[in-house]
Design a protein around this ligand. Structure first.
Ligand code: 1HN
Length: 350
């Protein structure tokens, strides 16, 4: 055996690497430390996108390209640590989408799951498998895996929402399938709001009845702001506050009580004015939207100022504390759903 670390060893090892590389072989011992970390060390960085800045660029894009030509007119919120990957954290994608008055975004479906969180505008819609979800500010709307969806804006004002998709996760598994509908828009087969009546109020059509019409695994796709804000505020008025989260409610899939979609979890929080959450880390990669109020996120000791509609991303295992100067309402989505299925999810509260 050659002396460890000797020049001669290095030269001979390099020669071995060079010989085997063309045959698809490389040494584990050169990369092992980077493959198996003692704790997460994300290549993604903490980042804030101010809504005013994003909106300015998005409206400029609106002058240059139609929603129809673009298919989807979206600015990707690309994590500065993941340049070229169209990812906000390693497993998820986020984008800001604009639909101008009179525009439509043509119908398609794909294996990627999507959520929309409305930032601005009132009355545009997404049609999900023939049913319109009419979108109001801070509504959450889902387009689960392989459901036909197109968007339209019959109002007089621009409509802007944040898209969250599991694009990088689907890419990891090489499992992307997509198709365009022959028609630009899906025929409307059910009145708007029908699904909320059937599945959105802790009721459901009797199993086996004709009224049970949505896919069994994904019946609900609209979580209106009016409803979730009321629930959050009323709960907070009567609940002990969690020191690490503030008041928090998770959106669930009524089919199984689990996450809203198989790869994406979503929740909302209320942090009352004057409250500061205790330090917390979690292994999910998250995106937060400021819905109401003002405050700060203190991430690894660095302070980010939060104002209405700002978006921040907090990758895995960064320590975060939120502080509210006014009652702060946050929406968040993350890859917790995937991590729990893979027995990976972990959190640490100091
Ligand atoms: C998509 O289908 C939408 O339907 C938005 O609005 C963004 C990004 C990548 C792939 C599909 C939409 C998307 C997307």
């Amino acid at each position: 055996m050659l002396a460890a670390g000797s020049n001669e060893q290095q030269v001979l090892l390099q020669d071995l690497y060079d010989r085997m590389a063309p045959e698809g072989l490389t040494p584990l011992w050169e990369v092992l430390h980077a493959l198996v970390l003692n704790e997460p060390s994300s290549p993604a960085v903490v980042h804030k996108w101010s809504y005013a800045r994003m909106r300015e660029y998005l409206m400029l894009a609106g002058d240059l390209i139609s929603a129809e030509q673009a298919e989807r007119r979206v600015l990707i919120l690309e994590n500065p640590g993941l340049v070229g990957q169209s990812a906000v954290v390693p497993s998820l994608y986020a984008g800001l989408q604009l639909i101008l008055p009179g525009e439509i975004a043509p119908c398609h479906r794909h294996t990627q799951c999507a959520l929309r969180f409305v930032m601005e505008g009132d009355g545009a819609y997404t049609t999900v498998d023939g049913e319109k979800a009419i979108m109001r500010p801070f509504d959450l709307v889902l387009t689960p895996n392989m459901q036909w969806h197109d968007h339209g804006n019959p109002t007089q004002k621009p409509m802007i929402w944040l898209d969250g998709l599991d694009i990088p996760t689907v890419r990891l598994f090489d499992a992307s399938f997509a198709e365009r509908l022959a028609e630009k828009v899906h025929p409307e087969t059910v009145p708007a709001g029908d699904t909320l009546n059937r599945y959105g109020a802790n009721l459901r059509p009797l199993k086996g009845s004709k009224a049970d019409r949505r896919p069994a695994s994904q019946p609900l796709f609209h979580y209106p702001f009016q409803q979730w804000r009321h629930n959050l505020v009323e709960m907070a008025a009567n609940a002990d506050i969690d020191p690490h989260l503030g008041h928090a409610l998770e959106f669930i899939n009524p089919a199984d009580g689990g996450s809203v979609m198989p790869t994406i979890s979503a929740h909302v929080r209320l942090i009352p004015a004057g409250f500061e959450t205790a330090p917390r880390r979690s292994s999910d990669g998250s995106v937060f939207v400021v819905v109401e109020g003002e405050g700060t996120a203190l991430v690894n000791g660095e302070e980010l100022r939060l104002s209405e509609r700002d978006v921040i991303t907090i990758p895995s295992w960064n320590e975060v504390r939120f502080a509210a100067s006014q009652d702060l309402i946050l929406f968040a989505f993350s890859d917790k759903a995937s991590q729990e299925k893979l027995n990976l999810y972990k959190e640490h509260c100091a």
